[in-house]
Design a protein around this ligand. Structure first.
Ligand code: SAT
Ligand code: MN
Length: 593
């Protein structure tokens, strides 16, 4: 029970409809967590991993039909369909409530209803927001305890503030035909049923911190973004913060925890992790954007994580970690593709591992771990005022066309670059992998309202007194004619970050092109990097003709939002498309004998 009557009433109403055997209010304590872990071990929801190499680490195997976010079953339920926009699946709120309420009716019979009060962001930060998730999944409770500030302190703040986001979740029957992730931004409410997985079930994460928060942020003048936050400390000891948006499973965690190349380490550079997935940014009194990471842990993709690609992540995963859908070795160690050592004996479904059954670990298998376990966790990550952002990066997974990095000319151009972002799809959502789709600001699955209004909101941040960060676009995934990645990525991405920060303080050079400013070979620090001249040229090459075609496709995409699309963005698009057309005509003329 709480001191807040509206909270008690809501919990009672949900209990009346779902009919649990008992109701448990989570306090977030160690003892409570221990009891939950014991319960899950008994029920087989968790399997203990090797206690010698991985103390307090557990494996959870989700239902094989429930391994990723389900965008086709995720709805934004605003009164007006246009407010949700073509970027969302929409359902009328009354219809959506009726549909899920019918599924919730009696769904917790014989189960425990857990009440999870949580705070997104440092518990004492004015930028943080609270919510309460009701769930019948102890796995969700254990994950929320790692991913958010959960329990007594959050409840106190909720009682003080009197408002909170209501999240109602049940694993239901885990039947994909009875699975819905419904958002009611106008009611600050989420109802999710039929899935126990990640972003479908840990409601603080994508449902609250992005879909509901983006909607709130628009009305209140801030931004809730699908971005990592990383601090780069230069040899002078100054730290500058970068926020970077990439679609799910495109390396946000790796970039947030990057270890710089040897030559940088020797010179005294350091990298600090503030967040790996979500960033809330608010204009400060000084005009700069100040950012907090609303999360308290990482729900990272396991496959591909190794001592080579992300030593910081690997170092934090050997104790107090929940693994979901990874494989195990004969010694009971967690295993996934990309680890150089170890041999899987059981695959992610618990079957004897057979290469013919596909990968041992599910491609979207995950680890859940407290951010405090990260060796590069920033001492400023919990600062109530947040950290000031010096540069914003947008990035996607593009095999062709898009250069390693370019800089937008100004804020409007940057918003266009973000809105035009395209990326090849990954295993983080169900559906085909490797298909190019527009994923504006990496928010396609997460923006709780019409993208046209969202772009207008981004544009509106540019006003007198604002000291907005510069905006960049990167692509670590460009491939050469041989089908291999041109750029080594990982730690070497530091070289691109250095140029980005140099552009932000005016100390680095660039070449202007119609799509933005590109570093010349001499502008990048390539010390100690074995990269051929031809590869570098290919990485930085802007093919005008292909870009003209890309801008045509971007134009069609923007037009698909109809009259709500801000004219300023359309004008910016037209301006660049014209520049490209001019340059193509000129180069054609030059090429004419
Ligand atoms: O499943 S989550 O949404 O939590 C992870 C992701 O797709 O980014
Ligand atoms: Mn994400």
């Amino acid at each position: 029970m709480s001191k807040l009557e509206s909270l008690n009433q809501w919990v009672e109403a949900v209990a009346r409809s779902t009919q649990p055997e008992r109701v448990h209010w989570c306090d977030g304590s160690e003892a409570e967590n221990d009891a939950l872990i014991d319960l899950m071990l008994q029920r087989g929801d968790l399997i203990e991993l090797n206690p010698r190499t991985h103390p307090d680490c557990y494996l959870h195997r989700s239902n094989p039909s429930d391994v990723a976010r389900v965008e086709h079953l995720t709805f934004i339920c605003t009164k007006s369909k246009d407010d949700a926009g073509p970027n969302n699946h929409w359902m009328d709120p009354a219809e959506a409530h009726a549909k899920v309420d019918a599924l919730f009716a009696g769904c917790m019979k014989g189960r425990t209803l857990y009440v999870i009060p949580y705070c997104m962001g440092p518990i004492d930060s004015p930028l943080s927001r609270c919510g309460v998730e009701i769930t019948d999944s102890p796995y969700v409770v254990a994950n929320m305890r790692i991913m958010t500030r959960m329990g007594a302190a959050a409840l106190e703040r909720i009682e003080r503030e009197g408002t909170f986001v209501k999240g109602q979740h049940s694993t239901g029957e885990l039947d994909p035909h009875k699975r819905f992730i419904m958002h009611f931004p106008e009611e600050l409410t989420i109802k999710s049923i039929g899935s126990g997985y990640g972003g479908n079930a840990l409601l603080g994460k994508k449902c609250h911190a992005l879909r509901i928060a983006s909607y709130q942020a628009r009305t209140e003048g801030w931004l809730a973004e699908h971005m990592l936050i990383v601090g780069i400390q230069n040899p002078k000891g100054e730290t500058h913060y970068i926020a970077a948006a990439f679609p799910s499973a495109c390396g946000k965690t790796n970039l947030a925890m990057l270890i710089p190349p040897e030559s940088y380490l020797k010179a005294g550079w350091k990298v600090w992790t503030v967040g790996d997935d979500i960033c809330w940014m608010t204009p400060g009194a000084d005009g700069r954007l100040w950012a907090i990471n609303p999360e308290a842990g990482f729900f990272g993709v396991a496959p591909g994580t190794s001592a080579k690609t992300n030593p910081n992540a690997l170092a934090m995963l050997n104790h107090d970690t929940i693994f979901t859908n990874v494989a195990v070795t004969a010694d009971g160690d967690p295993w996934w593709e990309g680890l150089p050592d170890g041999v899987p004996v059981k695959d992610w479904q618990g079957r004897d591992y057979l290469a013919t059954n596909g990968p041992a670990a599910h491609p979207n298998s995950r680890f859940t771990v407290s951010a405090k376990q990260c060796p590069s966790w920033s001492p400023h990550a919990e600062d109530p005022q947040g950290v000031p952002i010096s540069a914003i990066i947008f990035g996607g997974r593009r095999e062709h066309l898009v250069p390693l990095v370019f800089e937008a000319r100004d804020w409007t151009h940057g918003v266009l670059v973000g809105s035009a972002m395209g990326s090849e799809t990954t295993a983080a959502a169900t559906g085909a992998v490797g298909v190019l789709r527009r994923d504006s600001m990496a928010m396609k699955p997460f923006c709780g309202y019409n993208f046209a209004d969202y772009f207008a909101h981004w544009l509106s941040l540019e006003k007198s007194g604002a000291k907005l960060p510069k905006i960049f676009h990167v692509n670590w995934f460009r491939k050469g004619d041989d089908g291999k990645f041109l750029w080594p990525g990982f730690g070497d991405n530091m070289r691109v970050l250095e140029w980005i920060l140099g552009r932000s303080n005016g100390s680095e050079g660039a070449e202007e092109t119609p799509i933005g400013n590109i570093p010349r070979a001499q502008d990048l620090n390539l010390d100690g990097l074995d990269l051929t001249r031809s590869k570098l040229e290919a990485l930085l090459h802007v093919d005008l003709e292909s870009w003209a075609a890309e801008y045509e496709s971007i134009g069609e995409y923007l037009a698909s939002y109809g009259a709500r699309m801000p004219q300023k963005l359309l004008d910016e698009h037209r301006r660049i498309a014209a520049l490209l057309a001019e340059d193509v005509a000129e180069s054609d003329a030059v090429g004419t004998p």
